[in-house]
Design a protein around this ligand. Structure first.
Ligand SMILES: Nc1ncnc2c1ncn2[C@@H]1O[C@H](COP(=O)(O)OP(=O)(O)OP(=O)(O)O)[C@@H](O)[C@H]1O
Length: 305
């Protein structure tokens, strides 16, 4: 569990993070979204105890990050552009990292297998592709079998196969009851990965809610309906808070009614339907709309939950 309370960070005249409060819970994958420069990396570094907050507190698994006796066992992290000793093999890199935390060779072999690098274990890490380097970074994050895992932009630069692999891994880690916190500005991929999302803009919290609610709140439940009798259907759907747009001679777009309600009305009137689909805004659209003017910080309908 990660608990962030009233967290702020100032770099000279730049207020990178301002008054952030949120909790990342175990058992689900929580996404951390924000446009470039929103303060995601700064927040993650404070969660890891690498940067001192200007104000506010961070607790990881109930304690301040620098209070943990064996940090690798509490929180494992992949930071953007994680440094690797390029001359070392993947195995030796992990072994050196583990040795300083009392982690033995058996665990090194295990994590190499977990990330699919067993065959490349004795190759020089400096010669790794970006995808392999990301896998090695994730192996390092998992070395201490931590209950909390924090990954900054793990999907960056990965091919579709790598993205599917990360998605499956994160789901598995969450299913094991771990706290999984993962940042990204790649909205489509995040939509595939996260269950819960914390959205920030200009260092401040914009929303903290389940992914499905974010998409639902932004898309406003538009329903597309196809019928050979659109004129009759239009009349039947008429109501005070309902907006119906004729898209074509056989298709309407409806706002203000659920697909179920439209289906019931059509059935009651004996109007045949050929298609009934709820439009789902992609996370990318939702995100752009939400962060469109981060100066306003939070849309009234999207308070914290
Ligand atoms: N060490 C630093 N010194 C001065 N300013 C910094 C430092 N680190 C970050 N900043 C500034 O703080 C703000 C937040 O940066 P941060 O890297 O945390 O954002 P981000 O959301 O991770 O962005 P990105 O998606 O581009 O990585 C930016 O304006 C950045 O320029």
């Amino acid at each position: 569990m990660i608990e962030v309370e009233n967290l702020s960070k100032r770099y000279g005249s730049t207020l990178a993070v301002e008054g952030l409060t949120f909790t990342v819970r175990p058992g689900v994958v929580t996404g951390f979204l924000g446009p470039n420069g929103a303060g995601k990396s700064t927040t993650m570094r404070m969660i890891l105890g690498l940067h001192a907050p200007t104000t506010g507190t961070v607790r990881v698994n109930g304690a301040a990050p620098d209070q943990h006796q064996a940090p690798l066992r509490e929180i494992g992290a992949l930071l953007e552009a994680t440094a690797t000793h390029h001359g070392r093999s993947a195995y030796h890199h992990l072994h050196a990292l583990g040795a300083s935390n009392g982690i033995g060779k058996r665990r090194v072999t295990q994590v190499l297998e977990l990330v699919g690098l067993t065959d490349a274990a004795h190759r020089r890490a400096g010669g790794f592709s970006l995808g392999m380097a990301q896998r090695l970074g994730i192996a390092a994050a998992l070395l201490g079998d931590p209950s909390t895992v924090l990954l900054d932009e793990p999907v960056n630069g990965l091919d579709p196969e790598g993205i599917i692999w990360i998605r499956d891994l994160l789901n598995r880690l969450a299913d094991e009851g771990r706290t999984v916190f993962v940042s990204s500005h790649l909205m489509r991929e995040m939509a595939e990965i996260a269950d819960q999302v914390v959205v920030i803009g200009k260092g401040r919290l914009i929303a903290d809610l389940p992914l499905a609610d974010l998409i639902g709140a932004i898309s406003g439940h538009r329903v597309s309906v196809r019928s050979p009798q659109v004129a009759r259907l239009r009349r039947a759907l008429f109501g005070p808070d309902v907006t119906v747009t004729t898209v074509s001679p056989v298709e309407l777009e409806v706002e203000g009614l659920t697909a179920e309600r439209i289906g019931d009305v059509a059935a009651a009137e004996g109007i045949p339907l050929h298609q009934l689909t709820t439009a789902q805004a992609s996370l990318e659209e939702a995100f752009l709309e939400l962060t469109h003017d981060a100066v306003e910080y939070r849309s009234p309908s999207l308070g914290r939950v």
